[in-house]
Design a protein around this ligand. Structure first.
Ligand code: FAD
Ligand code: NDP
Length: 492
């Protein structure tokens, strides 16, 4: 990648308005600014939301809080509650006919989010971080120009700068793309989306398809190539199979060729792939085809800040300009995850203002895809482990099971939950952890610690399980793929 750490030396003679200016009040920017202020730095934070092409806008807190993790998880939870309602009669509850009200969910979620927006402003104030609701432009390595909501421009100087402007959704790149909304709009849609097409096959498409289906909508996912690129493909395909079995439609190996608004208000989507073409009408089309870094018109190129495909190149979060740093989704080659942005921001602030030398570790970050069958993972995929170590040096333990919580409910599928441990054969070192199950996020967070401590297969076997739980599956995994035995598990 070619960047070398540089000395970020203060000439000691220039005075600045602030020790630190942070551009972007999302997960990373908020964390870094508050940490730096705690360490005694004078800090200003700029956050400004450019409305989506459909006019959606929101408050302080960035993607995660407003149009990402938080509304997504609340909608995922709404879907889970719907499934519990289906379970209820098998557990003895009289359940009247139930209906879901999209507008109630959106309104309650948005109220909660507005409360978070307010609490972020309060916490910045209490930490003495100066907040500017202005669109920032970097004029030079020590100067930021902010444009306020009235269009007035203001100049501020700083000793150091952190760029934390995150990303925004990509457009579809076909005629009529402006008719598609994105995750920037979906969570605050003021009407039920009804029959919906999600274009893309990764985190956002599959998560949104999952909750929309469970809220009662007719949902189709248009897949260009594979599901969840970069994830363990056995697990990714099990998610796809599960969603198909639940009634989500998949258009495989297809991309949209055009979108057209019909007199009925619906959108006609024409699509093509593998020599085939087709068309179908939808009420809502959601573009979930990745995100670009929001660095255009920030002024970085003119300063010599190196970027690749719009993302900022860095070494230890330092850019190619010594006193300009970057964290979060805007960084090239790093995970686009809230806890990664937060951790990187905090550690950077401690290094800049607290004398720390602790660097961010981007390896073995646990993560979860909140699909109907949640998928938690940490470490290597089976594909990568085999490629790096060779088949002879890798042992893969698997179990397919049905959680106790599902056993009384006829509508629940059997043996679709899945646990997989990938180990180094020579000494049992855990290389990869994968779980498909309810609450996989909660489970994976705990087991993520095993990667920090270099746990081995035998440590997992020596651990006493908590019965009856899903996580205890990892204390009894004994079937190896090499053995050819069935991964299906019997009773407890
Ligand atoms: P952001 O949170 O995007 O914040 C950047 C801020 O900078 C924004 O407020 C933006 O308006 C502002 N800004 C941009 N340009 C300027 C400028 N010139 N001047 C002033 N302000 C500016 N991650 C998870 O870990 N778990 C999840 O479950 C999860 N779910 C997600 C679901 C969806 C639908 C999406 C889209 C993302 C999800 N993510 C999830 C990813 C997570 O939201 C991001 O990784 C995280 O928000 C990145 O934080 P950040 O600080 O880098 O940027
Ligand atoms: P990703 O970049 O992960 O995936 C993009 C998807 O869109 C891929 O399936 C890709 O297919 C497909 N695609 C790209 N271009 C086209 C096109 N022109 N036509 C059709 N399909 C296309 O993006 P997401 O938007 O899903 O997620 C962005 C990031 O947000 C993630 O990397 C993740 O870090 C974060 N996130 C995290 C979540 C979590 O932690 N639970 C939840 C949601 C988001 P192909 O494989 O063929 O390239």
């Amino acid at each position: 990648m070619g960047l070398e750490p540089q000395e970020d030396i203060d000439d000691g003679t220039t005075t600045y308005d602030y020790d630190l200016i942070v551009i972007g009040g999302g997960s990373g920017g908020l964390a870094a600014s508050k940490e730096a202020a705690d360490l005694g730095a004078s800090v200003a934070l700029f956050d400004y939301v450019k409305p989506s092409p459909h006019g959606s806008t929101w408050g302080l807190g960035g993607t995660c809080v407003n149009v990402g993790c938080i509304p997504k998880k609340l909608m995922h939870q709404a879907a889970i509650i719907g499934e519990f309602v289906q379970d209820a009669s098998s557990f003895g509850w009289d359940v009247p006919e139930v209906h879901h009200h999209w507008n109630t969910l959106v309104s309650n979620a948005q109220d909660y989010i507005r409360g978070l927006n307010y609490s972020y402003r309060v916490s910045l104030m209490s930490k003495h971080v100066t907040y500017y609701n202005q669109l920032a432009f970097v004029k030079d390595a020590h100067t930021v120009e902010g444009t306020d909501v009235f269009g007035d421009k203001h100049i501020y100087t700083c000793r150091r700068m952190i760029i934390a402007v995150g990303g925004r959704p990509n457009k579809l790149g076909c005629p009529g793309e402006e008719l598609a909304i994105s995750s920037d709009d979906l969570f605050m849609l003021d009407h039920p989306p009804k029959k919906t097409l999600l274009v893309g096959a990764s985190f956002i498409a599959l998560e949104c398809a999952g909750f929309l289906h469970h809220l009662g909508f007719d949902v189709t996912v248009m897949v260009r190539s594979i599901l969840l690129r970069g994830f363990d493909q056995e697990c990714a395909n099990k998610i796809g199979d599960f969603m198909k079995s639940q009634g989500v439609h998949f258009l495989s190996s297809m991309v949209p060729s055009s979108l057209e608004r019909l007199p009925s208000g619906r959108i006609r989507v024409k699509y093509q792939g593998s020599g085939l073409t087709g068309e179908e009408e939808f009420d809502t089309v959601v573009s979930c085809v990745g995100r670009y870094a929001d660095t255009e018109r920030l002024g970085l190129d003119a300063l010599g800040v190196k970027t690749r495909r719009g993302k900022i190149m860095s070494v230890n979060e330092q850019t190619s300009v010594a006193n300009i740093y970057a964290i979060g989704d805007v960084l090239y080659g790093k995970q686009e995850l809230t806890p990664v942005a937060i951790q990187a921001g905090r550690l950077l602030a401690r290094r800049l203002f607290g004398g720390s030398s602790v660097q961010m570790n981007y390896e073995n970050v646990p993560m979860t895809v909140f699909t109907p069958l949640e998928y938690g993972t940490c470490g290597l995929t089976e594909e990568t482990a085999l490629e790096r170590l060779g088949e002879e040096n890798v042992e893969v333990y698997v179990s397919a099971f049905t959680p106790l919580e599902w056993q009384l409910s006829p509508h629940r599928a059997k043996d679709v939950c899945f646990a997989k441990l990938i180990t180094r054969r020579e000494d049992g070192l855990i290389l990869g952890f994968h779980i498909l199950s309810p609450n996989a996020g909660e489970i994976t967070q705990g087991f993520g610690l095993a990667f920090q401590t270099g746990a081995k297969y035998q440590n997992f076997m020596d651990m006493v399980g908590i019965h009856p739980t899903i996580a205890e599956e990892f204390t009894t995994l004994s079937v190896t793929k090499r053995s050819g035995a069935s991964a299906k598990k019997g009773g407890c």
